[in-house]
Design a protein around this ligand. Structure first.
Ligand SMILES: [Zn+2]
Length: 391
């Protein structure tokens, strides 16, 4: 973030200078044009073939000299502006790391003959998952990639795109077909609310109230406050209504509501269908974007040969919190108690409270039929722990 702010400062300087120069150049050129126009007008009034008087000749000469001088000055200022603009480029180089080769020495293996088809396939899959079918098709045909258009994702993307566009109908149809699966999801109510507000805008508040009467009662218990807010928001939907108070702005802005619903839809639909919300490529990029700066920092600080050996391994030399956006991708599990990587014989076990430890740790901590979680004070029976499988 600091890097962005640093570049922004230099960019602001360049923009300010550019605007000032632009205003100044415009004014100078306007002045010159006015002077030339006036002189032209003055000469046009003279009868033709009249030789110019000495004073008129002097005026023309003076004006020419002034024009030359101004043009020279403008071009100098313009040249100086180039220096400021190129400073922005240098600032980007200074604030950002262009070459991550040192921290990801194996990155070039992505381009090896063996791995390139896998990368291309991942890119094609990502394009299809984003709903960019035509682009994906072009890549598949031109690069000879084997990737299939996933009909599931295409359908989800269509629904999400329609939501972002303000139309909840396809998503409502999708959700209606999975009514019982979505019984505990906030998605159906979010979609019905969007539809009610859409009706209020397009067909009037009465149509929206009729729709709300039909659909809202099923969700009243779980979404009481949101439901109240949605019904109140209808008051600002009638023609000639005053501007809504700020806390209703999000509800009454079709774009904002659509974007929010689209995000919720993708998240809930992927959870229901047990699909990762990101494509493998997007997940890897998100995780990589979080990991690289940390790796770069640690690399800069650790240059001892013994420490460098840590990089030879396939594993990262540090733990990086990927956060929700980066996706909680775990291909291995290390027991936080025994500090050992889980194995088939010592698998990760999820305790009743949600904390996960290895089976060996569980056996060590268990006192007969009682087990106290090492992370929270919850007491439980060791038999209540469930094994976790990574696929
Ligand atoms: Zn616990």
């Amino acid at each position: 973030m600091d890097s962005c702010l640093g570049v922004e400062q230099d960019l602001d300087k360049a923009t300010t200078k550019f605007t000032a120069l632009n205003d100044h150049a415009k004014k100078v050129l306007e002045d010159i044009l006015n002077q030339v126009q006036e002189l032209k007008k003055e000469f046009a009034q003279l009868p033709s073939d009249t030789p110019l008087s000495q004073s008129q000749l002097k005026t023309v000469n003076d004006l020419t000299a002034s024009v030359k001088q101004n043009v020279f000055q403008l071009s100098t200022e313009h040249r100086e502006l180039h220096a400021t603009v190129s400073k922005v480029g240098k600032s980007i180089d200074r604030h950002f790391i262009a070459d991550y080769a040192a921290v990801a020495p194996k990155a070039e293996t992505f381009c090896s003959d063996a791995n390139r088809p896998i990368m291309e396939q991942a890119i094609a899959q990502h394009l299809y998952r984003q709903g960019l079918d035509e682009v994906g098709d072009s890549l598949v045909t031109e690069a000879g990639v084997t990737a299939e258009r996933g009909s599931t994702f295409a359908q989800l993307q269509r629904c999400a795109a329609a939501l972002a566009d303000g139309d909840p109908a396809p998503a409502l149809a999708w959700a209606a077909a999975r009514d019982s699966d979505l019984a505990h999801s906030p998605l159906p109510f979010a979609l019905h609310r969007m539809q009610a507000l859409k009706l209020a805008r397009e067909e009037g508040v009465c149509a929206a109230i009729a729709y709300a009467r039909l659909q809202f009662p099923a969700h009243a218990a779980r979404h009481e406050r949101q439901l109240q807010a949605a019904v109140c928001a209808l008051a600002w939907c009638s023609p000639g209504a005053p501007p809504p108070p700020p806390h209703y702005a999000q509800l009454l802005d079709p774009r904002a509501l659509g974007a929010e619903a689209a995000e919720l839809f993708v998240r809930e639909a992927c959870a229901l269908l047990r699909l990762a919300p990101h494509s493998p490529l997007a997940g890897a990029v998100l995780a990589g974007a979080r990991v690289l700066p940390a790796l770069h920092d640690i690399r800069a600080k650790m240059s001892h040969p013994h420490v460098l050996a840590a990089w030879a391994d396939d594993e990262l030399p540090l733990e990086v919190e990927l956060g929700e956006e980066g996706g909680g991708y775990h291909s291995v599990f290390a027991c936080p108690i025994l500090r050992q990587q889980a194995s088939e014989h010592n698998p990760p076990m999820r305790l009743l409270c949600g904390h996960v430890i290895s089976r060996d740790a569980l056996n060590k901590l268990a006192m007969g039929v009682k087990l106290k979680c090492p992370y929270c004070p919850m007491e439980q029976s060791p038999s209540e722990a469930r094994q976790i499988y990574f696929s």
